[in-house]
Design a protein around this ligand. Structure first.
Ligand code: SAH
Length: 208
């Protein structure tokens, strides 16, 4: 049953404009139900965000696919994710990149995600319990960076983490709205492009 729903979801994502076949097959391979609490598992392949614990959400599959597509990940890339949450977005990234470094500020979510990554044998993910806005300076530079919580402003620390020709994708808060922004570093300058309106939980400081 889940498989029929999964195929339907992949078709829906295609129709919504997701064309990158590697991204679509990553969404087909990773079992989204693993990242979802028991009482919502039956909705795992609906194209909607769902509650996880600690008042957070697992993003809508379309948004995960769109942001992943915008990252233009290549097999040799080192990716940083700020906001592990359920771990779903990170698992998708792990199928496309060489290694994914992911940071979460809520200890409970951090611990849960580690268990799921182990269960799914996703061995190229490195996790950290920290305020992600502080970055991960021991591992710089990163080819790609993704924020999965809505951010008012990306810190200079994070901009300094990205390599030349690197890409950052982020839900940015702008005039009461949230939009997906893609930053590209070219010739040491940052250029930006705007995409869809989205709705993410906020990026918050400190750890809990
Ligand atoms: N990528 C996640 C989305 C989860 S929601 C998924 O696929 O499920 C966003 C997550 O970002 C939440 O778990 C929240 O706790 C975390 N977060 C918010 N601000 C953060 C920060 N400054 N550092 C690290 N994690 C943060």
């Amino acid at each position: 049953m889940l498989d029929v729903r999964k195929i339907r979801l992949i078709l829906e994502l295609r129709e919504a404009g997701i064309t990158n076949s590697k991204v679509l097959s990553a969404l087909e391979i990773i079992p989204r139900e693993k990242f979802i609490p028991e009482n919502y598992k039956h909705q795992a392949y609906e194209n909607i965000a769902l509650p996880i614990s600690d008042n957070q959400t697992i993003s809508q599959p379309y948004v995960v696919a769109k942001m992943t597509e915008l990252l233009e990940i290549e097999k040799n890339h080192k990716v940083l994710e700020i906001g592990t949450g359920s771990g779903y977005q990170c698992a998708i990234l792990s199928k496309l990149a060489r290694r994914v470094y992911t940071i979460e500020r809520i200890k409970n979510l951090y611990e849960k995600s580690i268990k799921i990554f182990e269960e799914l044998k996703l061995n190229n993910i490195v996790t950290k319990y920290e305020d992600g806005n502080n970055g991960w300076k021991e591992q710089i530079p990163f080819d790609r960076i993704i924020f999965t919580a809505a951010t008012k402003k990306i810190s200079e620390v994070i901009f300094s983490h990205i390599s030349e020709n690197g890409i950052i994708v982020c839900p940015l808060i702008k005039n009461e709205k949230q939009i997906i922004i893609k930053y590209i570093k070219k010739n040491k300058k940052i250029i930006s492009e705007q995409y869809d309106d989205v709705l993410f939980v906020p990026n918050l400081s400190g750890i809990i």
